[in-house]
Ligand binder design. Structure first.
Ligand code: SAM
Length: 283
């Protein structure tokens, strides 16, 4: 009996390599690589292709695949995402960090390196990916604050603060309301910036928290607010680095016409070549 059962089990054995080969078309290449690295805890999951998947592992991968096909982002399935070479933990209800935002961190780090910058605020921080990436990469002492209105985002950022042994101070705040008496040298922000029309026939972002995305008819309600109010808590010659949608450059240029004290230092693009943000200096 035992031998029979064992031989039946053996026939059903499937190796990780075979599972990956047959499911490769299901996953985006980046997702599949991240999945293998996450589940098998190696730099390259490919080293483990000869491993036989036990019943539980196979069941888990099949369930995961089902959720992925339904459209649930891999970051929510795994509870983590990679950003700027660091792993950020998150749950449903918290915005997933995007690699497009890494250029915002790069610009902030260049400014920090070059300018007299010591007090930094990451506004609308989500998982804390921008502020923690700055904290873990900077080359000088900084006092970094990060804020979000969402309790779920702050729970996730405090988990990430612990896992990265970061010294960022996370604070709950409706935009700048908690910071009236602080003077920062640099404010960096990836705020909500999607216009209402986008949601009419696009379900791509349906699993993510709507308050992290929606920004009124023109997608600029947060950006306009930040351009106006950041001036009140930035020191003279301080900087604002703000992420935007790739089609928003012209409309933000028009908004800036109303503010003589902002000087545009640079419009910058993301790795795909799309306009992604602007660096402003307060005159
Ligand atoms: C596009 S997500 C960016 C999150 C994170 N900075 C990142 O790059 O992954 C925007 C964030 O703004 C937060 N948010 C929305 N409304 C806010 C408000 N009134 N005050 C502060 N944060 C807000 C959301 O909770 C969300 O975490």
């Amino acid at each position: 009996m035992y031998i029979e059962a064992d031989s039946v089990r053996k026939k059903k054995e499937i190796k990780l390599g075979a599972w990956v080969r047959s499911n490769r078309p299901v996953f985006a290449r980046r997702d599949l690589n991240f999945l293998l690295r996450t589940l098998f805890d190696k730099d390259s999951g490919y080293a483990l292709f000869d491993e036989v998947l036990d019943f539980r592992a196979l069941g888990y991968l099949e369930k995961l695949k089902e959720l992925y096909i339904e459209g649930l982002p891999l970051a929510y399935i795994l509870g983590k995402e990679e950003f700027f070479g660091l792993i950020f933990l998150l749950k449903r209800g918290v915005f997933i960090p995007r690699c497009d935002t890494e250029v915002v961190v790069e610009r902030a780090l260049e400014l920090i390196h070059r300018e007299e910058i010591y007090y930094v605020l990451d506004l609308c921080c989500g998982t804390g990916c921008i502020s923690i990436a700055i904290d873990k990469t900077k080359e000088k002492r900084l006092k970094i604050f990060a804020s979000d209105i969402s309790q779920k985002a702050l729970q996730s950022s405090s988990v990430n603060k612990r896992s990265h042994k970061s010294s960022v101070n996370f604070i709950q705040s409706n935009l700048l309301s908690a910071f009236k008496d602080r003077i920062f040298d640099l404010i960096v922000s990836n705020p909500p910036y999607i216009e209402e029309n986008y949601f009419k026939d696009n379900h791509f972002l349906r699993y993510e928290p709507q308050e992290a995305l929606r920004a009124g008819e023109d997608g600029l309600s947060f950006i306009k607010n930040i351009i106006s109010d950041a001036r009140l808590i930035l020191k003279k010659n301080g900087f604002l680095v703000i992420e935007m949608g790739f089609a928003q450059k012209d409309s933000i240029e028009r908004v800036l016409c109303d503010y003589e004290d902002w000087q545009v230092i640079e419009w910058f693009r993301d790795y795909s070549g799309n306009w992604r943000g602007v660096i402003l200096k307060l005159g």
